[in-house]
Design a protein around this ligand. Structure first.
Ligand code: HEM
Length: 337
């Protein structure tokens, strides 16, 4: 019986496609790339928070309707909104260069890994998508649906960079846990929470761009004194605001269920349990920061906190999603760092 199991395992290994052997990257190049990944992830985080600062301070027109130039100039004459919008564009430009460098680096060193074959083009595609949406936002009359889309695309761009960085830091280390199957139910809850969080984000960005931030009044969890607003108000700013809150509640419950399920499987997959605990903490803080946005009557810092936390939450759930995927059979072993 044991012999039979061994034979089956050997046969499965033989069936797996093997990548052609490749020279190991030098430890210095590998270390440089890891730090470049970290710097790019932090830079992209800054881009997202600054993007939120642009919309929260109404600086979207700080550069007029020209892109990539600002008021038709490379370095514009400053007003506060111009300064905010221009520094957002400048930081985005620098981070764009870092992203291209990171993409070239990971393709040069690790192109035979399936994760890199997906993440490297994703970093570039979403960088371009983000720039195009930024251009649409600056050039046209800031349509709420387009602006709301911008936030979600930026989150995916952030996650593709964060996952590439996680990949680089986990090579032949923590990533080995991915060889153990993700327990039944946990993988589904992780992917479900990730997709659902994207929906909450879209609704949140929509709330902000249609100006429905205070449509439920300065109160939470009640909305204008009621637990459920009158049905005839659902197709109004109140409906948009309420949909965001309701989706936030469902998203929180999903992550609670994920954490409970991952807790039971913590011996087999401690990585998924630890990650789900972080996601739980982040979504609770996210909901509290949403309440602070209301109680502070849309204070700038509170809205920046709300955007920063959701970036971390989405990054954390993306990381968990990556960890539900088995390491590809075609990997080659790299020296441990
Ligand atoms: C728990 C999951 C939540 C997520 C993932 C989330 C996410 C978001 C996002 C991405 C935005 C758009 C931010 C921007 O465009 O800069 C937003 C806006 C907003 N959210 Fe949430 N949110 C959550 C919970 C809540 C809760 C529970 C409340 C209310 C108590 C709330 C109230 C708001 C308000 C008022 C805005 C508009 C803020 C503004 O005008 O800048 N959110 N949310």
């Amino acid at each position: 019986m044991a012999l039979h199991t061994q034979d089956t395992a050997r046969a499965a290994t033989l069936r797996r496609p093997q990548a052609p052997p490749m020279a190991h990257p030098s430890p210095v190049a590998a270390a440089l790339l890891r730090w470049l990944g970290l710097a790019t992830t932090m830079g992209m985080f800054l881009v997202l928070v600054m993007g939120s600062l642009v919309t929260n301070t109404g600086s979207g027109k700080g550069c007029g309707s020209t892109w990539p130039l600002c008021r038709g100039q490379f370095i514009p004459q400053f007003a506060v909104s111009t300064l905010i919008e221009w520094s957002h564009r400048a930081v985005t430009g620098v981070v764009g260069i870092l992203i291209v460098a990171l993409t070239v680096g990971v393709l040069a060193l690790y192109r035979q890994r399936r994760e890199i074959q997906i993440l490297a083009p994703a970093m570039i595609v979403f960088l371009i998508a983000q720039a195009i949406l930024g251009m649409i936002a600056a050039g046209h009359d800031e349509h709420p649906a387009a602006l709301a889309l911008h936030f979600g695309v930026s989150l995916i761009a952030f996650s593709s960079i964060a996952l590439t960085t996680a990949f680089l830091w986990e090579l032949d280390g923590v990533e080995e846990l991915r060889d153990r199957a993700a327990p039944r139910g946990v993988a589904g809850l992780i992917w479900g929470s990730l997709g659902f969080t994207y929906l909450i984000v879209y609704l949140g960005a929509f709330v902000r761009h249609v100006g429905a931030n205070l449509a439920c009044g300065i109160e939470w969890p009640l909305c204008n004194g009621a637990l459920v607003p009158p049905l005839d108000l659902l197709n109004s700013p109140v409906g948009a605001h309420y949909a965001h809150r309701l989706a936030a509640l469902i998203g929180t419950l999903l992550i609670v269920a994920l954490t409970a399920r991952a807790y039971r499987a913590r011996g087999q997959r401690p990585d998924l349990y630890r990650g789900s605990l972080v996601a739980l903490a982040l979504i609770i803080l996210q909901a509290l920061s949403g309440a602070i946005v209301l109680f502070s009557r849309i204070d700038l810092l509170s809205t920046l906190l709300h955007s920063a936390l959701v970036t971390l939450l989405f990054g954390c759930l993306s990381y968990l999603a990556l960890h539900t995927l088995r390491r590809p059979a075609s990997r080659v072993a790299y020296p441990k760092h």
